[in-house]
Design a protein around this ligand. Sequence first.
Ligand SMILES: [Zn+2]
Length: 144
Amino acid sequence: MANEPVNKLQSAVTRTTAAIGIKTSVFMESAKIKTHISTLKKEIDTLISELGTMVYTSWENDELVMEQINIHCEQIKAKYINIEELTQEIEKLETQEKEVFGKKKAEESVNAANVAATQYVCSSCNTTYQSPVKFCGKCGTKMS
Ligand SMILES: [Zn+2]
């Protein structure tokens, strides 16, 4: 019973550590997705530049190779869709993170309030104790 406030404090510390863990993994996950998106964007640039060369060569040779152009356009489209999905995934991760953090913060402050409420304060010198003590360790005032 005497240890209860200390345990509360420890669980608050554990919770903070868990929240930091979530933040780190969300950060790493979204960094990974962002790298993937920039790779896709580079691939799109390459495809578009190839497409330009292809169209120009077709025009110069007076024969339009629609089939190859179509394949290129479809690849580009697929990559744009992929980017959109990945962007949504990042947004989802960030929303999740905010929700988790909002909850943690609310819990944290309730916890802090509980710990503060169960502190034992010396009426003479204001030294606080996490568990009840008979005499203040600092000034010797009788406390319980
Ligand atoms: Zn005291």
